[in-house]
Structure formats: C-alpha cells, structure tokens
Design a protein around this ligand. Structure first.
Ligand SMILES: [Zn+2]
Length: 157
C-alpha cells in the first residue's frame, strides 16, 4: 500500500476528514497543510498507472479535464492570483495532482526574490503542524470547494 492508497481506503470507509468529492476518475481532497491557503489534491482512483501516458486516451482526457475543473473550483473558492498544477510522483508514484492556489509573497523571500515554485519554500515550514487547518477551517474549506465543484459539474461527476 502507498500513502495515497491508504487515504483512498479512508475515503471509502468514511474516515478521511479531508475528502470533498468523488469524480469519475478520482477523489478531491483538501491538503493536510495549508501554508498555501486552499491547497487541494486530486487523487487518481487506483494505483494501476504511474504515468499519464499509460492510460488510454479517453481516460487520460477525462482525468485531465476533471483535474482542470477541480483547479477552477479551487480558484473560485479560495480566490488566489494564480493556480499551480503539479503531477510529480517521486514520493508516491500513485497519480495525484497537487493544486496550489498562489499569491504574491507566499514563499517569503525564498526562491528568486520571492518568486518561483512552491518547492522553493522550505519543506519543514510548508509541512509544519502550524499549517494544519483547524477542524472549523477544514469544514469551511470543504464546503466552499464542494459548492464550487457542484456549480461547475452540476453536482455529479
Ligand atoms: Zn497507491
């Protein structure tokens, strides 16, 4: 089992507090750490593939389309200046999109004079317990994102 598979198991048995919506190709969850307010992930439904190009074209297009809808919903819900999209897989190869709402100054003076990707912000700060959402904040974020997703997809995948 990988971490993403574990989290999906928790969604299936109703014990994942970060879960927002199930779409056709994956699950929408709020990120555990919220240094980048509104950080959202879109987890592919199973561990069958480790690369986008392993999917047949129809599945690939559906997965990409749904990811872009989740990003749009996150943008409407959390009102950043810009969305960032990342599909990496060096921690867990299970396909999962990191969707980061970005704002000027959100990496402090790190990076290129405060500009650049989220990974130029120190990992120990980004993943610190101080950046964990309170239960109240998490519920509010899930509601906001869920409402925008429902508006964009009409309440169904
Ligand atoms: Zn997995």
């Amino acid at each position: 089992m990988c971490l993403i598979c574990d989290r999906i198991e928790m969604i299936k048995n109703g014990t994942n507090p970060y879960f927002v919506r199930e779409l056709k190709t994956g699950y929408v969850v709020i990120g555990d750490n919220q240094h980048f307010y509104g950080y959202t992930l879109f987890l592919y439904k199973d561990h069958r593939y480790t690369e986008l190009f392993q999917m047949d074209m129809e599945e690939r297009i559906t997965f990409m389309k749904e990811m872009s809808i989740v990003a749009e919903a996150a943008s409407r819900a959390f009102e950043p200046e810009k969305m960032n999209y990342e599909l990496l897989g060096m921690g867990d190869a299970h396909l999962h999109w990191h969707l980061y709402p970005r704002r000027t100054g959100d990496i402090g003076n790190y990076g290129n004079n405060g500009k650049g990707p989220v990974w130029w912000y120190p990992m120990e700060k980004m993943y610190s317990d101080e950046c964990r959402p309170s239960t109240e904040d998490l519920i509010s974020m899930k509601n906001k994102l869920g409402e925008e997703l429902d508006r964009l997809i009409g309440g169904k995948a």
